[in-house]
Structure formats: structure tokens, C-alpha cells
Design a protein around this ligand. Sequence first.
Ligand code: ADP
Length: 500
Amino acid sequence: MPAKKTTKQAAPETLPEPRRSVAFIGSECYPFVKTGGLGDVMYALPRALTKLNCDVKVILPRYRCIPQKYQDKMVYRGEFMMDLTLDGRQFYVGIMEMVMDGVVYDFIDNEEFFSWGNPYTDLVEDIPKYCFFGKAALAALNYMDWIPDIIHCHDWQAGLVPVYLRTLFADTPVSRAKSIITIHNLRFQGIYSVSHIQYWSGLPDYVFDHAHLRMGDNGANMFKGGLAYSDLITTVSATYADEIQTGFYGENLDDHLRYHREKLHGIVNGIDVDIWNSSTDKLLAAPYDAKTVLKEKKANKLALQERLGLEQDENKIVLGLISRLTDQKGLDLVNAVFPELLDGNTQVVILGTGDRQYEDAFRYYESVNKGTVCAYIAYDESLAHQIYAGADALLVPSLFEPCGLTQLIAMRYGTVPIVRETGGLKDTVEPYNEYTGGGNGFTFDRYEAGLLLDAVIRAKTVYFTARERWDAIVVRDMEKDVSWDLSARQYRELYLKLKP
Ligand code: ADP
């Protein structure tokens, strides 16, 4: 039946030309396995790229800890034996495949390497594991006869991929691809002795020189090799791209990165706005949008307080913190001023796991402030959603932060970020301006506990004495574009630059 004349037909979305094929290679990807922001990016960026006419395959290890419901959906795609070590030991490579929302996921199967409960154990285990994974990923592309335009590698676990591509795979079909490596966190590099990495990777002597993998006298660095051999390097914010070329943030690779700076680009992360959507989020007590946030946030706050055993009072300001509990995240600053954060009108909710010293310190503060402080020492996706919705402000005082996703999610949920001006925090949170009332959050620059406290006090002053200004920040934050749209376009531009 022909459409009625009055019905407006949505114009078919025109995809940008030309089409590009990309293989993502990395060690974690939501919802299969996620320990941090890398897992979010490996999920969301491929999906955003498919909307920009990219054909994306994501190659991951098939860890035993991937939930059974996903394991059940994988189909067998093939298998082969691959030599790996210097003495030519052969290893089984299985390929299991799954398609979800237009993205193809290929899982590299090998029980010897991937049968642990966690993706990461310790370097002794992880170095052989990711030598195997990097080589198996390229061998799998050849095996499947799927040669992408671009191979996009993520963090040190995929560091050897660009190295393999230009050495042991140089005469194979996959070498037609160009490579990009993205630095999600420079702190972790995959460093071990030359003999160990050379044994497990089977790579030739010449890659272990100072321009490529060598660190110091006898060390080899997988990430350093990947940065040297890739055609382009990206990192997850423009500020972090500058910072890592300095001694303070460079993690001993600042000179290497300065040498390669012509190929280094900063592209800020987005978040998946379907997963992080407060108006459809089934985990929330009261879903809301920018029009209803001021009312419904209170309902979410009361529900959060009830769930966590805090005093139920919508007038208290609730400060949230959702983080790995490690030195990177500025927790020594939080620890140092913790008693001063509390003033009778403030509650603090911490969700995280990590270093024992922080877990114990936050548990202690909970024990002496029952009803006011909650230290929830766990990894809990649903509680994370409820904190983003129920808290008024989110603390992110990081020592360094390549991009940071928690401040983006917070803004999307109308929770005002209080951040240190570093890396992606600096690029995504515009400081509140008391003269114009503009800005997205409260910020401080030097890494000092007193400055964190000062930023919290400034935030509380606006919250308690100029609520209409606070509310304007909340609404502005919810309306800020934190999606992948723009950033995915920037990645596509780089892909086209490599393969016009
Ligand atoms: P990083 O990758 O350095 O850990 P990011 O800010 O880039 O930090 O990403 C952290 C991601 O992990 C966010 O999606 C955040 O919500 C989530 N997250 C961190 N800790 C927890 C936790 N304990 N429970 C649930 N989610 C968490």
C-alpha cells in the first residue's frame, strides 16, 4: 500500500564513502570482559564506526571468564596450528565467531593461554599470553582471508601486532593492511627481559634494538615496539597526547614519543549513549531526562541511600567516586582530606576495588561514619549506574587520566564532575565560571589535597547557596554531547589518511 501523502518518510541515512574495513585487536571488550575504560571503547567505537560505513571485526582472546551466555552464541570458524616461540613450538589457534549489531567478534581460542579466571594475571603469564594473542590475531586474519584496510591495535597487549606485521608477516597477505595503535594507558607497557620476550614472540634480533623494543640494557618493551612499528599512534585525548611527551607523564617513553610525534594524534573518547541513557536505564529507581532531572534525581538519591544504608535525606549532597582504587586515580588526595569532606550535610559513596591500602582506608571511614559514608568495595555495574544517577557530584582527582569515562558518564546523568585538570579530564570538563555561571564542573590544577578540598568546597557552596546555578550546570551537563559521533569521525579521517 502506498504511503499516505501526509506521512513524512525519514530520508535514508547516507553513509560516507568510501567504505573502510578495520580489525580491532585488544585484550578486553564489554560485555564479554571489561576491567576498565578500554573495555568500553572496544565496545562502543566499533559500533559508532559501523554507522560511518566501516566494516569492523573485533579480535579478542576467548577467556574462560567470558559469561556462558556469550560462549553459547559463538560459532566455530576454524582452527590451525601456529609456531610461536624461538624454538618453533606449535600452538593451537581456534577461531570462534559471533556477530552483534553489525560488528563481527572473533575470539582466539587456546585453553593453555586463556583459561584463567581473569584476563590479566601477572606479567610472567601475561607476556607469553599476549605474544601468542598478537601473532594469532594476524594469523587468523590470513586464515580467514579477511585482509582489512586498517589494523587498529589497543594498548600494550596488542603491542606486538604492528611489529609482527612488518617482520614475520611482511610477506603474507595481511601485510597489505596499515596499522594504528591507540594508547589507552601508557603506564602499562609489557616490559620483561629481552630473552623472555624474544623466546615467546619468536621475533628476530634486530627488533630488540633501542629504536624499537629495547629498554635499558636487557629489557624489552612490547608497547614501545608497537609505537615504533605502527603507521599512526593515537591516544585518548589531546592533552594526554601532549603530556606523554614530557618526563612526568611519559612513563620512560617520552623521548620515544617525541621522536614519533609526527604520527601521534589525540582523539577524545565518547561513551555509548544507548547504554548510558538515564531515560531508558532499567537499573534506575526513577529514569529521567534533562527536563525531569531536577525532580527525579532526588528519587534516585533516596533509592541509593536506602540501598547503601545511608541516612535517607534528599537535602544532603552526595559525592560519588567510581574507580579502580589505584595510585593513578588520586585516592591519596581523597584519603588525606576525607574527614574534611564531611560536614553534616555531605555523604560520600565509593565504589571500587584495587589496592589494599585504599580499600582499608575507605572501609575505615565508613566504619566511623555509618549512615554518612559507604565504601562498597566491589566491581558492580548496576550499582555504578545507580550512583551516577543518585549522586550530586562525582570525584575524579586523578594523578593522570588519559581520557576518563566516569566524568563523561556523570555529566550524561546530570552529576557534576569535580576533577583534576589533567588529560581527558581537562579536555572534557569546562570549569565552572562564577562570573558567567557557565561551565560543566569544578576543577583544580596542581596535584595537592588542599586544592581538591577547595574544589569540593566551591562545588558545595554553589550547591547549598546558589541552587539555581547548580541546577543550570546539571541540565547543561545532561545536554552536552558526550557521544562517539564526532570522535568516530576523527578516527575515520585517520583511516582514510592511511589508505586514501
Ligand atoms: P580506567 O580505564 O582507568 O579504569 P575510565 O574512567 O576510563 O578508567 O573507565 C572506567 C570504567 O569502569 C567506567 O565505565 C566506570 O563506570 C567503570 N568502573 C570502574 N570501577 C568500577 C566498579 N568498581 N564497578 C563498576 N564499574 C566500574
